[in-house]
Design a binder for this molecule. Structure first.
Ligand code: CP
Ligand code: NVA
Length: 301
């Protein structure tokens, strides 16, 4: 494992290994046990989109591991004025020990990995959000004690979260069902992978997807970069692709609800369901810190 570009690149065993390390780092942090695995190392964090969780958890995580992190807004970098990614990758590889990047095109993350000589971590692209999904799997395992055999349900847009959850779920032996509108399905390669590798259902019927689910995920209807489509998307998703009490009524009685955040109450999730599952959702947000520390130790240690 040299980079974390997308869930597809990890084997099921590698995912479990990362989750085990994340659990251990979480335990150590909670018990005041220092773990300076990355003393003297520096992570560069390139952001072309906004962030609360990713920025703060990576920066804090790096500090807890004894290293330091640099926030690099693309607005201030020469990359924002057209300096090629291949040059940026080769320059930054001379200063840093790893790069976390949040951007639009997955290809940009691939190019950084291709031209640079240090580990690259995908902190969200239009295609994938692997750091989030490692935290999500960690949280489900904490609550349920296992992943294999559980039913994961995803409701909403076939976006970066859907793509990464489907692959992560299938690779860890979960049964996965996703309900998305026909015109907003997950990426084709993800659907093809899931259909041939595991127990996977893709439907437009939210009730069918949620039936017997152990954990229900959802995400925003309009992702970052799709702001101008928000109104149109509200018409397509509205009233149907929502995690609400009726939907939970067909899931298992002890089903968890997860949301990567930020959440839009009244759109993809009701305020009632959000608050009833707030502990699980904020544990999920916390686990970004622990899961990403595991990724950094594995790649940069
Ligand atoms: N879930 C997530 O990635 O949050 P941020 O956009 O705040 O980083
Ligand atoms: N799908 C969302 C996730 C945000 C963490 C987006 O890309 O904006």
């Amino acid at each position: 494992m040299k980079h974390l570009l997308k869930m597809m690149d990890l084997s099921g065993e590698e995912i479990i290994e990362l989750l085990n390390l994340a659990d251990q780092l979480k335990y150590e942090q909670k018990h005041g046990i220092k773990h300076h695995h990355l003393a003297g190392k520096t992570l560069g964090m390139i952001f072309q989109k906004s962030s609360t969780r990713t920025r703060v958890s990576f920066e804090t995580g790096m500090y807890q591991l004894g290293g330091s992190a640099l926030f690099l807004s693309s607005r201030d970098l020469q990359i924002g004025r057209g300096e090629p990614v291949e040059d940026t990758a080769r320059v930054l590889s001379r200063y840093l020990d790893g790069i976390m990047i949040r951007t639009f095109a997955q290809q940009e993350v691939v190019d950084l990995a291709t031209y640079g000589s240090i580990p690259i971590i995908n902190g969200l692209t239009d295609y994938a959000h692997p750091c989030q999904v490692l935290a999500d799997l960690m949280t489900v395992r904490e609550y349920k004690g296992k992943l294999e055999g559980l039913k994961m349900c995803y409701i909403g847009d076939g976006n970066n979260m859907a793509n990464s959850l489907i692959v992560g779920g299938i690779k860890t032996g979960m049964r996965v069902a996703a309900a998305t509108p026909q015109i907003h399905r997950p990426a084709e390669d993800v659907v093809a992978f899931a259909q041939q590798s595991g127990d996977f259902l893709l439907t437009e019927d939210v009730m069918e997807a949620a039936a017997g689910a152990d954990v229900i995920f959802t995400d925003v209807w309009a992702s970052m970069g799709q702001e101008q489509e928000a109104e149109e998307r509200r018409r397509i998703f509205g009233g149907v692709y929502q995690v609400n009490d009726k939907l939970l009524g067909v899931a298992n009685a002890d089903a968890m609800v997860q949301h990567c955040l930020p959440a839009h109450r009244g759109e993809e999730i009701t305020a009632e369901v959000f608050e009833a599952h707030a502990n699980e959702i904020f544990d999920e947000a916390e686990n970004r810190l622990h899961a990403q520390k595991a990724v950094m130790v594995k790649l940069m240690g």
